[in-house]
Design a protein around this ligand. Structure first.
Ligand code: FAD
Length: 458
């Protein structure tokens, strides 16, 4: 059996033994069968049982609850949506964009509320989200985000910070300004997902672990031990891993996000850095940088970077792709020069599910009784709460007020077939890195920058 605690610091620090629950041993009938015990599957189960306690709900998980991204992420519970406010406005109009962003803000509070009510010790801390302009070239990006929030009537929840104001919050090198919202939280990802699993069980749900779903058909998940037959709905909530099912192979792209964690900082190191409020911190780098201050006083530094593997392969070795880990650890010291020589205790990562148009989708087809929830592009902690609530409502025909939001009942285009997929994705990964590096070095933008941005627009 795998040592599940080795998959992230969070799983190691989950405060429990991670002993797998029993697997599905024979064919069973339920009302709702859910593939995947990450946030998506568990929030769906939770809201189904909360509003319809008579339903028989079962979740099938190939490893243990929280094995996927839900047990490994950066701990941002963010009011930001995977697609920017500007793009939402362009694609869906101002009203839909505004409603979605308001629902995201509410989803952050809903996560905190459920943790409180269900006594889930997820260390939910509402420190806000701070996006830094690291380098002058990043200022236009945060200014245009702020302008979009203002146009949507959400400007009152965002504050443009001068370099001095940003530095008063956290002392990072080369900061030229920032954009702050108080509406985000940080949390302990594994404690949330493991606690959610227990909350589902406390409400009568059943979770079968170490049970691989090998296929599905209308009304049934197929596993080696038997079928999980569902009278009312069958839900696919396996995010990046769904690409392993032949019918969903091109629905998403598994893209790796990697994290390095420092040893706990000393009091004097913290006094040099500040960061007293524990904001979730990022820059506007194309290749994504996200930071979290952990409850025990370490810095978690995350980024994309592990190269896409041909055929959408998902392999444990990619979790610790050496060149990316080194790049992350170097970047941390560039951000915080006083931490030169700091020790790193953990490095891990995992695949996030990226749809071709970057848009998460929550679907339920009443005729086939198949539901699906997928495509958070690495921003699923709060989004999965919103999506699970929405899907539970769609399945039971109960209005949630979320069914008119852009993710409801939509379908993203499929990714290209190989080898075209590999060529496009590897090209985009390389091009975005070159764009970032040129901007940071003060060099002109690469000649193909517009092409890369067109291909990767979101
Ligand atoms: C390193 C990293 C950092 C991240 N940081 C953040 C962050 O700070 N904030 C944020 O909002 N988001 C972040 N994300 C993304 C976020 O964690 C995900 O969007 C979210 O956890 C997705 O939840 P999920 O339940 O949909 O998928 P998962 O958590 O991946 O769960 C899917 C589950 O389905 C199971 N499964 C899949 N296929 C099968 C099958 N065939 N049979 C049985 N079981 C199956 C898997 O084992 C897995 O447990 C990060 C992700 C990673 C990898």
């Amino acid at each position: 059996m795998r040592d599940y605690s080795s998959y992230s610091f969070w799983l190691e620090d989950a405060g429990e033994a991670l002993t797998p629950r029993p697997s599905l041993a024979h064919s069973t009938d339920v009302d709702v069968a859910i593939l995947g015990a990450g946030y998506s599957g568990l929030w769906t189960a939770y809201f189904l049982l909360r509003h319809s306690p008579q339903l028989r709900v079962a979740v099938v998980e190939k490893e243990i609850a929280g094995f996927g991204a839900s047990g490994r992420n950066g701990g941002w519970c963010s009011p930001n949506f995977p697609v920017t406010a500007t793009t939402l406005e362009k694609r869906f109009g101002a009203e839909a964009a505004r409603n979605l962003l308001l629902s995201m803000r509410a989803a952050v509070d809903e996560v905190g509320r459920v943790c409180n009510e269900e006594k889930i010790d997820a260390r939910f801390h509402k420190g806000g989200v701070l996006t830094l302009a690291r380098g002058r070239h990043q200022l236009p990006g945060i200014r245009s985000s702020y302008a979009a929030y203002e146009r949507l009537g959400l400007g009152d929840r965002y504050q443009m910070l001068s370099a001095t104001e940003a530095t008063e919050r956290i002392r990072v090198s080369d900061v030229h300004g920032g954009l702050f919202t108080p509406d985000g939280a940080s949390l302990h990802p594994a404690r949330l997902v493991r606690g959610l699993a227990r909350a589902v069980e406390a409400r009568g749900g059943i979770i079968y672990e170490q049970t691989l779903v090998t296929g599905f058909k209308a009304g049934s998940l197929i596993t080696p031990g038997g079928e999980l037959r569902a009278k009312r709905a069958m839900v696919l909530a396996g995010e990046a891993y769904l690409t392993r099912l032949p019918r969903l192979h091109r629905a998403l792209l598994p893209v790796y996000s990697l994290i390095s964690l420092t040893e706990p900082l000393s009091a004097s190191q913290w006094s040099q850095i500040g960061w007293q409020n524990g904001e979730s911190v990022a820059s506007t780098r194309n290749t994504v940088v996200y930071l979290t201050k952990t409850p025990d006083g370490r810095i978690l530094f995350g980024s994309r970077g592990a190269p896409y593997a041909f055929g959408s392969k998902i392999r444990d070795q990619q979790d610790t792709h050496e060149a990316t880990v080194k790049m992350i650890q170097r970047s941390l010291v560039e951000w915080f020069p006083p931490l030169a020589g700091i020790g790193f205790t953990h490095a891990w990562g995992g695949p996030v599910g990226m749809p071709r148009d970057w848009m998460p989708a929550v679907r339920f087809d009443a005729s086939s009784r198949i539901g699906s929830i997928m495509g958070y592009t690495g921003q699923g902690v709060s989004t999965s709460n919103l999506s699970g609530r929405l899907l539970a409502g769609l399945i039971t025909n109960r209005p949630t007020g979320l069914e008119t939001l852009p993710p409801a009942q939509r379908c993203s285009p499929k990714w290209e077939i190989e080898p075209l997929r590999w060529l496009i994705v590897r090209y985009m990964q390389g091009a975005f890195l070159r764009i970032d590096e040129a901007a940071e070095a003060g060099r002109p933008r690469p000649v193909d920058a517009r092409l890369a941005e067109y291909l990767g627009r979101h």
